[in-house]
Design a protein around this ligand. Structure first.
Ligand code: ZN
Length: 275
C-alpha cells in the first residue's frame, strides 16, 4: 500500500514538472509575440444557383424542327452542375431540377433562401429572322439597352399559370431592386459576371451575337443580393444553332465555357464587391 502511495507521489511530481514546463513555454511564446495559430478552416465552397428557364406547361422557345427550349436548357444546366461539382470547389442548386414549371419569383426566392453566391439563368432564344444565330448575355436594367433586349425580357417574363398554384407575388419593381443592388455592389458584380461570360464564350469558341452584353428588365434577375446574369445559349429558330443545341458535345462545350466563367468570376483579385 505504502509502495503504491509513493508511486502516486512520484507521478504527481512529474505531472507538476511537466505542467510547469508548459506554463513557461506558453509565457515565452507569448512574450515572443507568437501566439499559437488556430487552424484556419478552408473557405466554404461557393454556391452557384443554376436557373434553367421554363419547364412543365411552358416549353419556352420552339425550334424549327420542334426542339423545346426547356429541354435544351435543363440538359446544359445538368451538365454544368456535373462540371461545377467536380473538384469540390463549388456547391450547386437548381431552381428547377425536373420538367416542372417554377414561377419566376419562386426561382429568385429559392436562390435567396439557399444564400446563393451567383445566379445564372439559362435560356435559348428564337427570332423571326432564321439567319440570326449566336449566344448573348443579359443583366438587369430599368431601361433596355435596345429594342431586341426589351422584347426578349418581355418574352422571358411571361408567366404561364401553374395549375393549382398561385403565381408568386410580383417581383419588386426593377427600379427599386436596382437601388438595393447598387448599394450592395450587386450591379457591378452582375456586369462583371456577364462580361466574364462573354470573354470565356469567345475564347471557348462559342459563337456570340455582336455587342452581346445587353440589358433589360428581366424578372428573374431581381435579387438585390445575388450577382446574376441571363445567358441565351443560341437561337432555336436558326437551323445550325438548333442542331448544335441538341448535340451532347456542344452542350458539354457550353457547360465548360460557363464553368470557366464561374472560375474567372471568383478568381482572386477580381472581386469588386466589398466583403
Ligand atoms: Zn427562355
Amino acid at each position: 500500500m505504502i509502495h503504491i502511495r509513493r508511486r502516486d507521489l512520484i507521478t504527481s511530481a512529474l505531472a507538476a514538472a511537466v505542467f510547469g514546463v508548459g506554463v513557461v513555454s506558453t509565457w515565452v511564446s507569448s512574450r515572443a509575440g507568437q501566439p499559437v495559430k488556430k487552424p484556419v478552416p478552408p473557405p466554404k465552397p461557393k454556391l452557384i444557383a443554376l436557373d434553367p428557364g421554363h419547364g412543365g406547361a411552358d416549353p419556352g422557345a420552339l425550334g424549327i424542327s420542334g426542339t423545346q427550349e426547356k429541354a435544351v436548357v435543363i440538359a446544359v444546366a445538368h451538365e454544368l452542375q456535373k462540371q461545377l461539382l467536380t473538384g469540390g470547389k463549388y456547391r450547386v442548386m437548381l431552381t428547377r431540377a425536373a420538367d416542372t414549371l417554377v414561377p419566376l419569383r419562386e426561382r429568385v426566392a429559392r436562390a435567396e433562401a439557399a444564400k446563393a453566391d451567383l445566379f445564372l439563368s439559362i435560356h435559348a432564344d428564337s427570332h423571326p429572322d432564321t439567319g440570326v444565330r449566336g449566344a448573348s448575355v443579359y443583366t438587369l436594367s430599368e431601361e433596355a439597352s435596345d429594342r431586341e433586349a426589351e422584347a426578349l425580357a418581355a418574352r422571358e417574363n411571361r408567366e404561364v399559370p401553374v395549375a393549382g398554384m398561385k403565381l408568386g407575388s410580383q417581383p419588386e419593381s426593377v427600379a427599386k431592386t436596382l437601388v438595393a443592388m447598387a448599394q450592395r455592389g450587386t450591379v457591378n458584380d452582375s456586369r462583371r459576371l456577364a462580361e466574364t461570360v462573354v470573354r470565356t464564350f469567345s475564347t471557348g469558341g462559342i459563337r456570340l451575337l455582336p455587342h452581346t452584353h445587353r440589358q433589360a428588365g428581366f424578372a428573374v434577375l431581381t435579387s438585390p443580393d445575388i450577382p446574376a446574369a441571363l445567358v441565351e445559349l443560341g437561337y432555336l429558330s436558326n437551323p445550325q444553332d438548333e442542331k448544335l443545341l441538341t448535340v451532347k458535345q456542344h452542350q458539354m462545350a457550353l457547360a465548360r465555357a460557363l464553368r470557366a466563367s464561374v472560375e474567372a468570376y471568383f478568381a482572386p483579385g477580381t472581386a469588386t464587391r466589398k466583403a
